[in-house]
Design a protein around this ligand. Structure first.
Ligand code: ATP
Ligand code: MG
Length: 394
């Protein structure tokens, strides 16, 4: 029955004079998403809403799934669009719509919300509300009107065409991707960083990613897992440019020359330095990690102060105050969970100390790092020069 969707957006309204930028970004994201759905669609904005109209046959569930992944969309309303606006005909269509949409009507409560954008239409909104209410009650005496908390809010809008809708499907909210600049996510194969990437994208941030591997200590499968995760996340945030860095030499050198209980912190500082260098090159405005206070030894506030010490870019940690169960909840919702828990080795777990420091001091760490000498700079340069770039698209 539905050949179109009306998308309502929330926070975009807050943006005052720049609203059109957000609307246009949303339209663009909707177009990209609908391109992947079988069928042809016309996407356009009109008076504070975005409409998606099918121009061919399409799969309803597939279309709704795609729309549910677009940040900036608050509500998805499947709409029936009518070309003819004769009132007798409209009444029949409203009755038909209701009957088909709600086959189980016993005791169902409803309220009609009419809107007349075309002021020359012969009836005003109040008159239409009454008339549609009456025909519905006549056709389906089992219905009840409830003006305060109706189960069904039936909207009939008289615009250049007539729009009828009552189904409200929640969208993901947030802001359209591309409206908030770009960030570089340190993406591992774990549970947290894919969720962190998703959450930044939800606020409109375009994401790129960097993954550190340590062949032959970490396998091709472990790397593939990260590519797979980036692909899953790209369903929400668009294509992700993933930089794969060979971290083996750097890690070995740290292992040989630095105190073992400081390995993780020092390693993390090198990850940050490298991520930042790529981020600058690609005009990112910040780094993103999946860290959360106290989750593991390397995620105490002391450790995070040590990693931030080597960054002049802001480091965003969207999960900083989340419990593991809360992170898992999101991972399940966005479909990264099953991939994240696959048991492949991570470069951090291989050279990890038995008793890592939990209260590292910036000055001490920086001092011990000096043991790495000038060789380390050459290694960093080599790792950057020889990085592999993988375009991750779903
Ligand atoms: P995750 O679930 O994201 O792997 P984690 O709980 O395993 O996180 P750590 O291993 O301490 O935590 O990593 C903390 C953060 O550092 C990660 O969220 C990620 O942003 C970054 N990170 C860790 N290892 C790597 C890696 N091999 N490549 C890229 N980023 C990494
Ligand atoms: Mg990890």
């Amino acid at each position: 029955m539905f050949q179109a969707f009306l998308l309502k957006y929330g926070e975009i309204f807050l943006k005052g004079k720049n609203r059109y930028i957000f609307e246009d970004a949303l339209v663009e994201q909707v177009r990209i998403a609908m391109d992947k759905v079988d069928g042809e669609f016309d996407v356009h904005k009109n008076l504070g809403r975005v409409y998606v109209e099918a121009k061919s046959d399409f799969d309803y569930d597939e279309a709704v799934d795609a729309l549910k992944r677009i940040f900036g969309v608050m509500t998805i309303c499947p709409v029936l669009i009518l070309e003819k606006d004769d009132f007798e005909y409209l009444k029949e269509e409203v009755v038909k719509y209701f009957g088909e949409t709600y086959p189980n009507r016993d005791g169902l409560t409803f309220k009609v919300f009419c809107k007349r954008a075309r002021k020359n239409y012969p009836l005003n909104s109040m008159e239409m509300n009454m008339a549609f209410g009456e025909v519905l009650l006549n056709a389906y005496p089992e219905l009840k009107v409830d003006v305060h908390k109706p189960e069904v809010e039936l909207h009939v809008e008289i615009r250049e065409r007539i729009y009828i809708y009552s189904i409200l499907i929640p969208g993901p909210g947030g802001m359209p991707v591309g409206t908030a600049g770009k960030a570089m996510v340190l993406l591992s194969g774990g549970l947290d960083s894919p969720v962190a990437a998703y959450m930044m994208a939800k606020r409109g941030v375009k994401v790129e990613a960097v993954y550190f591997h340590a062949p032959p200590y970490t396998s091709e499968r472990a790397k593939q897992k990260v590519v797979d995760l980036a692909r899953i996340v790209s369903r929400y945030c668009g294509p992700i440019k993933l930089h794969v860095i060979n971290f083996t030499d750097i890690q070995m050198s740290i292992y040989e020359k630095c105190p073992h209980d400081e390995l993780t912190v020092i390693m993390r500082r090198y990850m940050m330095r490298i991520a930042q260098a790529i981020a600058e090159e690609d005009e990112c405005l910040g780094l993103v990690t999946g860290e959360s206070v106290g989750q593991v030894a390397s995620q105490t506030m002391y450790s995070m102060a040590c990693t931030d010490d080597v960054c002049h870019m802001p480091v965003y940690r969207p999960l900083v105050a989340f419990d593991k169960v809360e992170i898992i909840d999101i991972a399940e919702q966005i479909d990264t969970y099953e991939t994240s828990i696959l048991p492949f080795e991570d470069c951090c777990t291989i050279f990890v100390a038995k008793h890592p420091v939990t209260k590292p001091k910036v000055s001490v760490i920086a001092h011990h790092e000096e043991r790495l000498g000038e060789d380390i700079d050459a290694m960093v340069k080599k790792a950057l020069d020889e990085r592999e770039i993988v375009e991750c698209v779903y």
